[in-house]
Design a protein around this ligand. Structure first.
Ligand code: GLU
Length: 304
């Protein structure tokens, strides 16, 4: 793989999950993705990652649209909703099953906790592979009996199939980012994630699968997102290789932290854009501040 020169048509995206209110960090991220595309004469797309039926809420979708519109972040084309792309995810799961790369996993959270001996990966404990060795007959019997199951990828097999992979790492546009510099290639290390779930018990696809497929389907050339998803890029690169998909460039930006030093999160009562909107904050001034790396009092870059 060679480093791409300036793409003919840059496409970036913002892909929030409608599981809570957007905070200033989301606004900052959306502005960066938007501005990056606009500066290159490209397109900025919006995708709602709403396949998590238990946590996604329609009122949060409406909130995201209202917040972005208020902040002056305009997207191109239709909004993509993951909940409307389930057939595409299922077709790919079928393809991977046909290649013998997936296996059903019947473990409960408690089973996994009880059997953990493996080290932690970038996203927490690595699945110990309990269901990897089940025989075909037992799998078929348990599925036929209606036992709830997820589908996991056999990571060892998958990595053996595609070999060594790299992804294109671009410096984030944040001027204060210590990692700012030249673009480079990063060696992907998907093995450290273990046999991750591609279809959950309670959702038809996992974040990794839907995100990778959607970025390709939307023609995204530059994925801009927070540093917390840097590890996920190794998995996405692997899925791209298995599914013959193009690999976009990746731009990971620092996260923001609140006065307590903890990263802003939807759940921690961080300053929500809706709250600033309700307080009568001038959105143009807020957008100008965020673009200049000036954040509301008490908020700053999280230490890596
Ligand atoms: N939906 C994810 C989130 O809200 C972001 C996914 C991505 O940008 O790849 O954290």
């Amino acid at each position: 793989m060679t480093l791409s020169v300036a793409p003919l048509h840059m496409v970036t995206r913002f892909a929030p999950s409608p599981t809570g209110l957007l905070h200033v960090g989301h606004g900052w991220s959306a502005l960066m993705g938007h501005d990056m595309a606009r500066a290159a004469g490209g397109a900025f797309r919006l995708r709602i990652e709403d396949i998590d039926g238990t946590r996604s809420r329609p009122d949060h979708v409406a909130g995201i649209i209202a917040d972005l519109t208020w902040l002056g972040v305009a997207w191109d084309g239709d909004i993509i909703f993951q909940s409307q792309r389930l057939d595409a995810y299922e077709a790919v799961l079928e393809r991977l099953r046909g290649q013998g790369l997936l296996y059903p996993c019947f473990c409960t959270r408690t089973d996994i906790q009880a059997s953990l001996t493996a080290p932690h990966g970038p996203e927490g404990p690595v699945y110990p592979g309990t269901c990897r060795g089940l025989g075909d007959a037992e799998r078929a019997r348990r599925i036929a009996a209606g036992e709830a199951h997820a589908w996991r990828i056999d990571m060892g097999k998958a990595v053996a199939r595609v070999g060594t992979l790299e992804w294109e790492d671009h410096p984030s546009p944040v001027r204060t980012d210590p990692a700012a510099g030249r673009a480079g290639l990063v060696k992907a290390a998907p093995l450290g994630h273990g046999d991750i779930v591609l279809a959950r018990k309670d959702a038809p696809a996992s974040y990794h699968l839907s995100c990778t497929l959607d970025d390709a389907a939307m023609g995204v050339t530059h994925v801009l997102r927070g540093d917390d998803l840097r590890g996920a890029t190794d998995v996405h690169r692997l899925l791209q290789a298995l599914l013959d998909l193009p690999s976009p460039a990746y731009v990971h930006h620092p996260l923001l932290a609140g006065p307590d030093g903890r990263r802003l999160a939807k759940r921690s009562g961080s300053i929500a854009l809706a709250q600033l909107r309700a307080q009568g904050v001038d959105p143009a001034a807020l957008a100008a501040d965020l673009r200049a790396g000036r954040f509301p009092v008490g908020i700053g870059l999280a230490s890596a």
